[in-house]
Write a protein that binds this ligand. Structure first.
Ligand code: HEC
Length: 155
């Protein structure tokens, strides 16, 4: 091949080369778009997170229907924060001296002030306990503090 014919090939070679690069680029882009992660359907996601969600619900005591929670459960989730430590001036659980005079009003009286709240004690201790659950929590706490209250029976 003469030097001259090599020269005349050059534009042709460049054109082919450019096309190859373009096609390679196009194939790459198509691959990228095609490789977009599949959107999982909602059920698959739910199934995947179900075990975690269940554990969290159980930890929150939510698997027990409202109304069925024990005094201890309510106490631990809603009352302990103040009554275990005496925070906000709450009578401490186990402190017989603090509870003695209060126990005198009986469960009915204690339930009334716990339901409505009293000074720094918020109504129901800020919990979502229903009446029977609240009463159970009071009995649980009072009986650890020198009381001998009877847990009310659900109607
Ligand atoms: C934010 C803190 C706080 C939480 C939470 C709390 N208490 Fe209290 N509780 C208090 C304080 C403070 C008092 C003392 C009120 C007073 O006599 O001035 C009190 C007093 C009481 C009394 C005695 C009331 C009386 O008439 O002497 C009962 C019963 C009681 N709480 C039950 C509960 C129960 C049951 C829960 C959980 C459902 C609860 N508390 C949650 C702060 C709290």
């Amino acid at each position: 091949m003469t030097q001259e014919s090599k020269e005349s090939f050059r534009p042709f070679v460049m054109l082919i080369g450019g096309m190859v690069v373009l096609i390679a680029f196009a194939v790459m882009m198509a691959g990228l778009i095609g490789a977009k992660p599949k959107v999982e359907d909602e059920e698959a996601v739910n199934n995947r997170i179900a075990p975690v969600a269940k554990v969290e619900l159980a930890a929150a005591g939510a698997e027990v229907a409202a109304g069925d929670r024990s005094g201890e459960q309510i106490y631990q989730s809603a009352c302990m924060a103040c009554h275990e430590t005496g925070a906000a001036g709450a009578p401490k659980t186990g402190d017989k001296a603090a509870w003695g005079p209060r126990l005198g009003q009986g469960l009915a009286g204690l339930l009334k002030s716990a339901t409505n709240g009293k000074n720094a004690m918020p109504p129901k201790g800020g919990s979502d306990a229903n009446e029977i659950e609240l009463a159970r929590a009071i009995v649980f706490m009072a009986n650890k503090s020198g009381g001998s209250l009877k847990e009310p029976v659900a109607k």
